[in-house]
Design a protein around this ligand. Structure first.
Ligand SMILES: Cc1ncc(COP(=O)(O)O)c(C=O)c1O
Ligand SMILES: N[C@@H](CCOP(=O)(O)O)C(=O)O
Length: 522
C-alpha cells in the first residue's frame, strides 16, 4: 500500500505520515494537530475515552497538550486590510483584536493572512494536515472550520473557541437529479444546510463568536453581538452566543422569515426585534446601532465571517481528494458567501494544494437581483433594488453589503450570474425533492441557474458541477406545502404531488391504487 494511498484513505489514522517539512521552516503548525493524526499509541491521549478516564474534557486536554508541547516558532498571523488593497502600496491595517468593520475610506475590509509564513510548508503538507483532522473529536479540530485553524484565525487560543464542530458537511453525488433532469453525470450537492442551526452561517459564526469571546476576555467593550437577518444569520448567531453565554440581539424584518427560522433565536434566548421593514432596512439600522453601542456586528460585512465560510470551499476540494471541480454554483443575497468560496479556492491554489480554481456561478432570485442586473449591464453601473417577496426569503436582499467582494470573486473566477423566477425556483426545488432531496428554495435558485446553463450548453454534460445547498429544507416547509397544495397564485405548480383523500374502505383504496398503478411508469 503506497503512502499516498494512506494519506487519502479515511482509515489512515494509524499510518499517517505527514510529508517532511522544508529544510528551513519558519513556522510549525501546532504540535497538537500532528499528534492527533499520528500513530494510535501516541494519539490515544487525544481520544475522548482517554480524556474522560483522566477526568478531563477535550478542552482541558487541548490546554494540557498546548502547555506540555507548545507549538514552536509558530508565526502564522492575520490582520485586517482594506479589501482588494494594492499589496505593494497599502499601509492601512488593523489587528483582529480591534473593533473595526470598514476601512478609512469607508470600503470593505478583508482578513489578510501572512501567506509567506504559510508558504513555508508545501501544499502536500497542508493537504495531509487537514485530511488528518477529519472525523476526529480533538478540540477544536473536530470542526471542519477549526481543522483549518492556521488558515482561519491562526492566533486565537483554542481555549477561546466556541464551536459545535460545524462543517465537514456532506458532498454527495446527485445521480438521479443529474441524469434524469439535467443529462449530466457529475452533479454534486454540497449540503451546508446539514449543520448545527441548519445553514452555512454556522461556518462563519463559530469564527466571529470565538473572536468575540476572546475580545471579552481582553475586556474590550463588547456587551453583546447583533445582526440583521433574513433568518439564518440570526439563528447561527443566537446559538453560538448562547453556547458561550454572550448576549445576542437580532433585527428581523417582520413577517418576512419562516416560523422555523424565527423560533431559533427565540429559543436560544436572543433579544429579538421584529422590525417593520425589510432586510435592507434592518441592515441599515444594525449598522447605525453598532456604531453607537457596545454591540459587535455579526453580519458578513464583518470580514471574520468570511474566514469561516471559506472553509466550505476547501472542504469541497478535500472531499474530491484535491481534484478541482469545473463549476460551483452558489445562491447569493448579501453576497458574502460567493466571495468566501472564491477566497477558499484561491488560498488552496496560492498555497499549492491545487493548481486551478473552479468557475463560480452566483444565482439570484429574479425578485431580488441587483447583482444579476449589474452583471447583465457588463458591470457598468451598480444599482440597489427594492427586493420583492420571494419564496427564497433568505436572499430577499436589494442592497448587498458585499457587492464589491462578489464582483471581484466573479471576475477572478471567470464567473457567471444567473437568476430564477419564482416559478422556476419552485419547480427546480420540487424536481430535486422528487429525486429524494428536501432542498431549500435558495438551492432551487442555484439549481435553476444550473438548468439554464446546461440548456445553453455553457455547462457541459461531463462537467463536474457542485451546487451549494445553503440551508436545510425543513426550515422552509411552508413553501413546499403551498406548492404541493397548488396554492400559489399564477403558478402552475407542475410538479405538485398533493395527497389523495380516500374513504376508509377496501374498495375505495383499491380504486385509487389501481388508478395510480396504471398511470405510474415502472
Ligand atoms: C439559505 C441562504 N442561502 C443563501 C444566502 C446568501 O448568502 P450571501 O448573503 O452570503 O450571499 C443566504 C443569506 O443571505 C441564506 O440564508
Ligand atoms: N441570509 C442572511 C442575510 C444576512 O447575511 P449575512 O451573511 O451578511 O449575515 C441571513 O440569514 O440573515
Amino acid at each position: 500500500m503506497s503512502s499516498s494511498y494512506l494519506l487519502q484513505s479515511p482509515n489512515f489514522s494509524t499510518n499517517l505520515k505527514l510529508p517532511s517539512k522544508p529544510s528551513t521552516p519558519t513556522a510549525t503548525p501546532c504540535s497538537l494537530s500532528v499528534k492527533a493524526s499520528s500513530s494510535s499509541s501516541s494519539s490515544s491521549n487525544n481520544t475522548p475515552a482517554s480524556t474522560a478516564s483522566k477526568g478531563n474534557n477535550i478542552r482541558d486536554e487541548a490546554r494540557r497538550q498546548y502547555l506540555t508541547n507548545p507549538p514552536q516558532n509558530q508565526n502564522f498571523s492575520a490582520k485586517y486590510v482594506p479589501f482588494n488593497a494594492d499589496p505593494v502600496t497599502n499601509t492601512e491595517s488593523y489587528s483582529l483584536d480591534e473593533i473595526v468593520y470598514r476601512s478609512q475610506s469607508g470600503g470593505l475590509l478583508d482578513v489578510q493572512h501572512d501567506i509567506s509564513a504559510l508558504k513555508a510548508f508545501p501544499g502536500s503538507y497542508w493537504r495531509a494536515l487537514f485530511d488528518s483532522r477529519v472525523g476526529k473529536t480533538t478540540w477544536p479540530y473536530g470542526s471542519g472550520v477549526w481543522s483549518k485553524k492556521e488558515w482561519v484565525l491562526p492566533e486565537i487560543s483554542s481555549d477561546d473557541i466556541v464551536s459545535a464542530f460545524e462543517g465537514n458537511s456532506n458532498l454527495f453525488w446527485a445521480e438521479r437529479l443529474g441524469k434524469h433532469f439535467l443529462e449530466m453525470n457529475e452533479l454534486w450537492v454540497k449540503h451546508c444546510g446539514i449543520s448545527h442551526t441548519g445553514s452555512f452561517k454556522d461556518l462563519g459564526m463559530t469564527v466571529l463568536v470565538s473572536q468575540v469571546n476572546r475580545l471579552r476576555k481582553m475586556n474590550k467593550p463588547v456587551f453583546g453581538v447583533g445582526c440583521a437577518s433574513t433568518g439564518d444569520t440570526s439563528a447561527a448567531l443566537s446559538a453560538y452566543c448562547a453556547s458561550a453565554g454572550i448576549p445576542s440581539i437580532v433585527f428581523l424584518p417582520a413577517n418576512k422569515i419562516s416560523i422555523a427560522q424565527l423560533v431559533q433565536p427565540i429559543a436560544n434566548g436572543a433579544f429579538v426585534l421584529s422590525v417593520d421593514t425589510d432586510f435592507d432596512g434592518c441592515m441599515q439600522l444594525i449598522r447605525e446601532v453598532t456604531s453607537e453601542l457596545p454591540i459587535y456586528l455579526a453580519n458578513s460585512l464583518n470580514s471574520l465571517r468570511i474566514e469561516g465560510q471559506k472553509t466550505a470551499a476547501i472542504e469541497i476540494l478535500q472531499q474530491f481528494d484535491w481534484e478541482v471541480p469545473d463549476w460551483v454554483i452558489i445562491p447569493g443575497g448579501n453576497l458574502g458567501n460567493i466571495y468566501a468560496f472564491y477566497k477558499g479556492f484561491h488560498m488552496c491554489k496560492e498555497l499549492g494544494l491545487v493548481d486551478k480554481i473552479p468557475r463560480l456561478v452566483c444565482a439570484q432570485a429574479a425578485n431580488a437581483n441587483p447583482l444579476y442586473l449589474y452583471y447583465k449591464s457588463g458591470w457598468k453601473e451598480f444599482k440597489a433594488v427594492k427586493a420583492s417577496g420571494t419564496f427564497a426569503s433568505a436572499i430577499q436582499i436589494g442592497d448587498p453589503v458585499s457587492i464589491d467582494r462578489a464582483v471581484y470573486a466573479l471576475k477572478q473566477s471567470n464567473g457567471i450570474v444567473e437568476e430564477a423566477t419564482e416559478e422556476e425556483l419552485m419547480d427546480a426545488m420540487a424536481q430535486a425533492d422528487s429525486t429524494g432531496m428536501f432542498i431549500c428554495p435558495h438551492t432551487g435558485v442555484a439549481l435553476t441557474a444550473l438548468m439554464k446553463l446546461r440548456k445553453s450548453g455553457v455547462i457541459g454534460p461531463t462537467d463536474r458541477t457542485v451546487v451549494v445547498s445553503t440551508a436545510h429544507g425543513l426550515k422552509f416547509t411552508q413553501s413546499k406545502i403551498d406548492y404541493h397544495s397548488n396554492n400559489i397564485k399564477e403558478m402552475a405548480c407542475r410538479f405538485a404531488n398533493p395527497p389523495v383523500s380516500v374513504k376508509a374502505d377496501f374498495g375505495s383504496v383499491m380504486d385509487v391504487l389501481k388508478k395510480y398503478l396504471s398511470k405510474t411508469p415502472k
